[in-house]
Design a protein around this ligand. Structure first.
Ligand code: 5GP
Ligand code: MN
Length: 321
């Protein structure tokens, strides 16, 4: 709970912050916001990630201080895990020797930490860090504001998704008052892509297919296509949302081949159609409208299982075969 987090920060001194592998805007933004806040309170703090900060997020203050390491190798009073569904997701094997603070807004998250603060009503973990700032009575500096704004902007799909609430817009407004320049952040996040990302986008979108109902669509990418586009792993982030921009489509899947017969699946949906439930069936999780999982098997079999799951979630008849 928030109260326990406040008490811990007040009493202890030496902290680390981490997030999941292949970190996104909320993982990095909320982590760096907490980093600046703990700094301002005179604490000793490090941000440790298994994977590098994607270039788009280098716009964030503090991103150059992030330690990219295959494991956590010091003793801390506590380690904050930002938006992680379990203790394995940061990819830092020695984490379980530390005191873990689990801060998340996914309803599918287990209370795996020694302290768990989970708020599924928050649009982003960044929003929770804003609340923590207020609870601790610390000033929302320009650095903190830029990090939280980025977390909010990315997790709400630029304020398009259903987690965009009066509260998230109010916080965004306050962050702009604290010095955030929205156009500068958007320019860095959405208008500074490498050529390879747009090349890959074109190749992946050309694979689009839909089911007989027209309500479910999917796209895919294999390793060969990634190679042909000279794409980095981050270049495929966000492609899934384009498939959802079709009028009658209610749920979509993006199948990304990681290695032979291993697929990462990103799911997205509109409205009340719940794709987190579909991801959970395969050991993944996420939110109602954005979720993911990993499945091993032949592509055709994996595709069929996922599409049938989406059809059930949307309430349409399965494909007749
Ligand atoms: P993405 O499709 O962008 O990778 O993930 C969408 C959402 O689903 C994110 O909120 C992410 O945290 C969640 N998610 C993706 N993959 C997994 C997974 O393997 N396990 C869990 N628990 N959540 C996931
Ligand atoms: Mn998030």
């Amino acid at each position: 709970m928030l109260g326990q987090v406040v008490e811990l920060i007040e009493k202890k001194h030496k902290f680390a912050i981490t997030s999941h592998m292949r970190p996104d805007g909320d993982g990095i933004g909320s982590g760096l916001a907490l980093y600046w806040m703990l700094h301002s309170l005179g604490k000793e703090v490090e941000v440790v990630l298994r994977d590098r900060v994607p270039p788009a997020y280098l716009v964030l203050p503090g991103s150059e201080d992030v330690l990219v390491q295959p494991d956590i190798n010091r003793a801390y009073d506590a380690v904050f895990l930002m938006e992680c569904s379990d203790v394995e997701r940061p990819g830092l094997p020695s984490l379980h020797h530390q005191l873990i603070v689990n801060i998340d807004h996914h309803s599918t998250t287990e209370p795996f930490g020694h302290i768990n603060w989970i708020d599924p009503t928050a649009g982003a973990v960044g929003e929770m860090i804003y609340n923590l700032c207020k609870a601790l009575g610390s000033e929302v500096t320009k650095e903190i504001a830029e990090c939280i704004y980025t977390a909010l902007l990315t997790d709400t799909g630029s304020f398009h998704f259903s987690n965009t609430t009066e509260r998230s817009l109010k916080i965004a407004s306050e962050l702009v008052r604290r010095g955030v320049e929205p156009a500068r952040i958007s320019q860095a996040l959405f208008y500074s892509y490498p050529f390879s990302k747009i090349k890959l986008l074109g190749m992946v979108l050309s694979t689009i297919e839909r089911d007989e109902s027209g309500k479910i669509a999917w796209v895919k990418v294999d390793r060969e296509t990634m190679y042909e586009a000279d794409a980095s792993e981050e270049d495929s982030d966000g492609i899934v949302n384009h498939a959802l921009s079709i009028d009658e489509v209610m749920a979509v899947a993006f199948f990304k081949e990681l290695s032979p017969k291993v697929y990462r699946i990103s799911l997205r949906s509109k409205g009340k159609n719940n794709v987190a439930k579909v991801a959970e069936v395969f050991g993944g999780g996420g939110h109602r409208n954005a979720a993911g999982c990993r499945i091993e098997g032949d592509f055709e079999e994996v595709r069929q299982r996922v599409i049938e799951g989406l059809q059930a979630a949307v309430g349409v008849a399965p494909i007749a075969v």
